[in-house]
Write a new protein. Structure first.
Length: 204
């Protein structure tokens, strides 16, 4: 009983520091599956998806699905329209969280939250990664300029969404035309983006 109570206290300390945790992380910390199950049954933990738990009284962030995706795909980076939405550059809320991984990485298929995996070459994975804390989780998210380059380079996102995001970035002064152009050049998107950027900045 003492060991069980000690494990329960340890679990409470862990989820107090990190509201969203993976089953693997708890087990690695020495907490038995039975202790996790009891905490879930008693309402201290909420199972939000397979192998992923949240503290019952934890604050729910509006972008919590990004934190959950980061836990489920630890080598991934929030990308494409999910990154644009995080930065406030689009009203298009994707039905699945876009996560970029390296071409050689294994792509998990979680049931919740719905995740859309996109594979990038290594050179594109190394650019423009920012770290943001969401619901106590460190979440890697591509920067404004990097996300813009990606949605222009890829045909998976409607061009109208990319153009409106570019317009919003300029109007909201989230970045500069020079920084956008540089990221687009480095990200292989300059040829596609150039006419739109030049048109949007022609009067400036």
């Amino acid at each position: 009983m003492t060991d069980s109570n000690s494990e329960r206290d340890k679990l409470r300390r862990i989820v107090a520091a990190t509201p969203i945790v993976r089953h693997y992380e708890l087990r690695h910390a020495g907490i038995a599956a039975s202790t996790i199950a009891r905490a879930t049954r008693d309402g201290e933990l909420i199972r939000i998806s397979r192998g992923l738990y949240q503290r019952a009284d934890g604050e729910v962030d509006a972008e919590q699905s990004l934190a959950e995706a980061a836990k489920l795909v630890p080598r991934g980076v929030i990308a494409m329209t999910s990154a644009l939405a995080f930065h406030g550059l689009t009203d298009q809320m994707p039905r699945a969280v876009w996560v970029a991984i390296r071409a050689a990485d294994w792509a998990p298929v979680p049931t919740y939250p719905p995740i859309r995996i996109i594979k990038f070459d290594d050179r594109y994975m190394q650019q423009g990664i920012e770290q943001h804390v969401i619901s106590g989780v460190n979440v890697p998210i591509f920067s404004v300029t990097k996300a813009l380059a990606d949605v222009f380079r890829n045909k998976l996102v409607d061009r109208s969404v990319a153009i409106e995001a570019l317009r919003a970035a300029l109007e909201q002064r989230k970045t500069t035309p020079a920084a956008i152009a540089q990221a687009a050049t480095e990200g292989g998107a300059w040829k596609k983006m150039r006419p739109y950027l030049e048109a949007l900045t022609a009067d400036g």
